[in-house]
Design a binder for this molecule. Structure first.
Ligand code: ADE
Length: 244
C-alpha cells in the first residue's frame, strides 16, 4: 500500500512513522508512507497557503492554488488511481469496518486541513471521501491522519504477528474483548481468574466469551444490536442482564 500525506506539518509524522509497529511495517515494505509539505507548492512570494474567507467571517481558509498543485503532483506519483481522503470533522466517522475496507486499498492520499478548513473547490474536484475520527474538532487533520494510518496499517497482512488476534479484538465482531492477564498468577494477593490456569480450553473459551459479552453489555450496550450472537450467547446475555 502506498499512502501520501499532504500536510503543513510533515515533521509531526516523523516519530510516528519510524517507531514500533509502523516503523517495522515500513521497513518491511508492507506500507510506503510519504509526507509532502503543502507550503512547498505555494507559488506566491511569501509561500502563503491561506487567505480570508469570501463573504467574511472568522478564521482563514486554505487556498486552492497550493492544494491543486500539491494534489496534481502527488496523484502523478501513483501508478494506480489513488483514493483521496480529506480528514475533516464533517466526514463519515471512522469505524473498524471502514478501516478493514481501506486496509485492502493499494493507493491512498490523505489531505490534512488547518485553520477554518479548505476551499470547497478542492473537495469538489479531488476528494473521494471525507473522514472524521469522532465528533469533536481538532486544530488540524494530522492527528486524524495518524489514527487512520495506524488503524489501517495494522490490518495489512504481515504487519501484526497473528491474524487470530485481529479476529478476536474489540470491534471486529461488534463485541468488546475479554480481559487479559499475564504472569505472575498471584501478585501481592491479586489473583488471575482460576479458569485461565486450568488448561481446559473449552472452559477458557466459554469464560472469555462470557467476559466479552459482559464487557460489551456494561461498557458499550449500543454495540450488541450489531453483534452476531449464538443461542448460547443469548442465554449468557440473559443471565448477565438478570445479575447486572
Ligand atoms: N480535523 C479537525 N477535526 C477533525 C476530526 N474530528 N476528524 C478528522 N479530521 C479533523
Amino acid at each position: 500500500m502506498r499512502i501520501d500525506i499532504l500536510t503543513l506539518f510533515p515533521e509531526l509524522f516523523k516519530p510516528f512513522i519510524s517507531t514500533s509497529i509502523m516503523g517495522r511495517a515500513i521497513e518491511n515494505n508492507l506500507v510506503n508512507i510519504n509526507t509532502h509539505n503543502i507550503r512547498d507548492f505555494a507559488n506566491n512570494k511569501h509561500r502563503q497557503v491561506d487567505d480570508y474567507p469570501y463573504g467574511g467571517g472568522a478564521g482563514m481558509v486554505m487556498a486552492v492554488q497550493p492544494l491543486y498543485d500539491a494534489l496534481d503532483h502527488v496523484i502523478g506519483l501513483h501508478d494506480l488511481k489513488p483514493t483521496i481522503i480529506y480528514l475533516s470533522p464533517q466526514g463519515r466517522v471512522l469505524d473498524q469496518a471502514m478501516v478493514a475496507d481501506y486496509s485492502r486499498h493499494t493507493n491512498i492520499i490523505l489531505l490534512c486541513g488547518h485553520y477554518e478548513g479548505i476551499d470547497q473547490r478542492v473537495i469538489d474536484k479531488y476528494v473521494d471521501q471525507e473522514i472524521s475520527i469522532g465528533d469533536y474538532v481538532l486544530t488540524g487533520g494530522e492527528l486524524a491522519a495518524m489514527v487512520f494510518v495506524d488503524s489501517v496499517t495494522r490490518l495489512i497482512p504481515g504487519v501484526l504477528g497473528s491474524s487470530d488476534s485481529i479476529l478476536e479484538e474489540s470491534h471486529t465482531n461488534h463485541l468488546l474483548e475479554y480481559p487479559h492477564y499475564t504472569r505472575p498468577s498471584n501478585y501481592k494477593g491479586d489473583k488471575v481468574p482460576e479458569v485461565l490456569l486450568s488448561g481446559n480450553h473449552k472452559e477458557i473459551d466459554r469464560w472469555r466469551r462470557t467476559q466479552s459479552l459482559k464487557n460489551t453489555l456494561i461498557k458499550r450496550p449500543d454495540m450488541l444490536s450489531k453483534a452476531e450472537l449464538s443461542d448460547e450467547d443469548q442465554m449468557l446475555l440473559k443471565e448477565l442482564k438478570e445479575h447486572k
